[in-house]
Design a protein around this ligand. Sequence first.
Ligand SMILES: NC(=O)c1ccc[n+]([C@@H]2O[C@H](COP(=O)([O-])OP(=O)(O)OC[C@H]3O[C@@H](n4cnc5c(N)ncnc54)[C@H](O)[C@@H]3O)[C@@H](O)[C@H]2O)c1
Ligand SMILES: CC(C)[C@H](C(=O)O)[C@@H](O)C(=O)O
Ligand SMILES: [Mg+2]
Length: 362
Amino acid sequence: MIKQIAVLPGDGIGPEVTEEAVRLLEEVGKQFGHTFQFQFADIGGCALDKTGTPLPEETLQICRESDAILLGAVGGPKWDHGPGEKRPEAGLLKLRKALQLYANLRPVIVFPALVNASTLKPEVLEGVNLMIIRELTGGLYFGQPRGRKETDEGLAVVDTLYYTEAEIERVLRKAFEIARLRKKHLVSVDKANVLDSSRLWRETADRIGKEYPDVKLEHMLVDNAAMQLIRRPGQFDTVVTENMFGDILSDEAAMLSGSLGMLPSASLSDSGPGLYEPVHGSAPDIAGQNLANPLATFLSVAMMLKYSFNLEQEAQAIEQAIHKVLEDGYRTRDLAQEGERYLTTTEMGEKVRAYLKQEVPS
Ligand SMILES: NC(=O)c1ccc[n+]([C@@H]2O[C@H](COP(=O)([O-])OP(=O)(O)OC[C@H]3O[C@@H](n4cnc5c(N)ncnc54)[C@H](O)[C@@H]3O)[C@@H](O)[C@H]2O)c1
Ligand SMILES: CC(C)[C@H](C(=O)O)[C@@H](O)C(=O)O
Ligand SMILES: [Mg+2]
């Protein structure tokens, strides 16, 4: 199989983790007989510095023409003071919107070897395997009007939470389809006791749910969901929610897996390339030190192989390699216990590639 992959390393630890992910893809190609062709392009702060815009037209074009997109992370303190459209994050949001990547899949898996890496009790974490589906192209992130203005009462500011019924419906359908392939239990998270947008979300979920009688639909208010995720995460199988709630709940859920450095994501549309990126950001505090955990990006590569290329066996080989590396006690710094030895980003990359070779039947 020959596939074109757009690689957008971005800022901070983005280039460090994507470099290892590209090496991993090359190894998968070698082992399984595929050719992955990479086209590198700028996004975020590095693009702003070079071109004055966080998503240059050329980058968008490269993305549109590829079979899948791999992204590291964008942002950092250097660019934190610019106006909204001159921030690195605006480039990522524009890319998601331009490609209509409305369904953001964020699986949270607790690897048995990492049960002790979390601050939660092992018995609470055992067997946790949930999928958060976050709406990614609507809500507060994109609603208009937004911005600041001077009023008689001084400075005022507005952000708008806007959703059409069609936007809500398409992501809910995706969530029901995914839940159907999992344990057929879907928790829809909203704030229907306060927000009109959530009330429409809940009504739509109930309506669509009738078409999926085999899937058990439950509604949960977001504040309770945030608490339940920590109290008893095992009660969740598939979770669907709007953009902002999903952003926050997924970072929270990352701590079940031991580190934000373990959470991958896939952002999908109805047609066109999918975008694969770790859930974490550019981690300015550790950038440039070879300390980042690349496993979230590796797991995102596995999602790319599965969802965009239908290469199930190859994806499983990556997941198994990671599983075994962790079982054998290898850790990056974020996962290591106090005083425990840990691997650098590049060493972890090497280790996973070496284990991958053992996963491939000769
Ligand atoms: N998708 C993205 O590109 C994305 C996502 C989140 C945040 N950001 C941006 O990143 C910048 C920093 O944001 P932040 O500090 O709030 O969040 P962050 O996710 O970058 O970092 C939060 C904490 O987690 C740690 N961490 C994150 N990824 C790690 C990894 N792979 N290995 C080890 N430790 C890791 C960091 O060191 C930091 O202590 C901001 O500009 C933000 O907007 C970008
Ligand atoms: C960087 C930022 C715009 C982004 C988001 O909020 O979607 C990030 O936090 C994420 O989770 O991918
Ligand atoms: Mg986030």
